[in-house]
Design a protein around this ligand. Sequence first.
Ligand code: FAD
Length: 341
Amino acid sequence: MERDQVVIVGGGLLGCAVALEIARRGCPVVVLERAIVGAEASSAAAGILAPRLEAHGREPLRSLGVESLAMYPEWVASLGADVGLLRTGLLRVVRAGDPVDAPDVEARWLDADAAREVEPGLAPDLLGAWSLPDESTLDPRRLVPAVHAAANAAGALFRVGEEVATVDASGVTLVSGERVDGRVIVCAGAWTSKVPGLGPLPVRPVRGQLVALSGEPIRHVIFGAGGYLVPRADGRVIAGATVEEVGFARGVTAGGVRAVLGSAVAMVPDLAFAAFEGAWSGFRPGTPDDLPVVGEVGGVWVASGHYRNGILLAPITAKWMAGAVIDGLRLPPVFAPGRFT
Ligand SMILES: Cc1cc2nc3c(=O)[nH]c(=O)nc-3n(C[C@H](O)[C@H](O)[C@H](O)COP(=O)(O)OP(=O)(O)OC[C@H]3O[C@@H](n4cnc5c(N)ncnc54)[C@H](O)[C@@H]3O)c2cc1C
């Protein structure tokens, strides 16, 4: 048995990021991906990095996200690739009938005129907007290949087309019957609860549908009561997202696209004239308390359940997992897999 090897189950952004960190620490690491690296939730994501908005004042999610966002510029620079990272700031628009409470202690209120001055396309029926200037965005479809390439360059071995059939404290067994020994980290996203040997973990798929538009650029990440808009560095706008409990039913639906576009055009009416570039869906790995699962259970490590914030939380998760597996760093029990039992 290769005692020092780390075996990662799943090659999404979390698997790639953890592999990168471990490889950079000089430890042998192999990533087992059953299909295509990064092709699931990590490529479907909108790419919003908004810990203050997403947490709505709840700890420990807010502090975790703020710390991870602060790591982003240096982490991205270390990849040596342009991933479209933009510090656009975020506007939480308020229209008649919407909740008016501040999303975060750092949010600053802009009246309608002030909000339209910084984001001219906002709807005329706007009452105002909460501004969060540090919230950011990037393009996950550029980030995932960049992290994958960096992990490869650092020495991580990626084996694609390898489905893990079962895991235990000393390694994994592939569907082919092959045994791969080492310390195991499960990064299987929405499929985590389906990995045999891990024990019951309540990670479930939560489908989200997104639409890409072009021709009517915006300046900020914009959140409304019914959805959000995300500017891309290339001028496109990503509109999202549905939140659907439909199990692993793949696909885009007429009702989902209608809901996303309805919310988009209500926030920025000129998006009605934008070109429709496409729509897609993915499965967020959800948990009962909306917090990630980062820790150890029965000798197997888990980094999963990042729900709506897996892109945001990738740098800090990778740092924590490498610290725990290599140095014995104690991780906060609030994220431990055992909290559900
Ligand atoms: C529509 C949508 C919008 C989102 N927007 C944002 C956002 O704006 N900001 C943000 O921070 N987050 C966002 N997220 C959440 C984010 O995408 C996820 O939290 C994150 O990508 C999860 O990454 P992952 O690596 O855990 O999972 P995935 O990317 O799903 O990767 C899991 C991998 O494990 C593999 N796998 C599973 N089982 C096995 C097995 N038995 N053997 C081998 N391989 C296996 C799968 O094939 C897959 O490649 C969004 C998600 C969706 C769906």
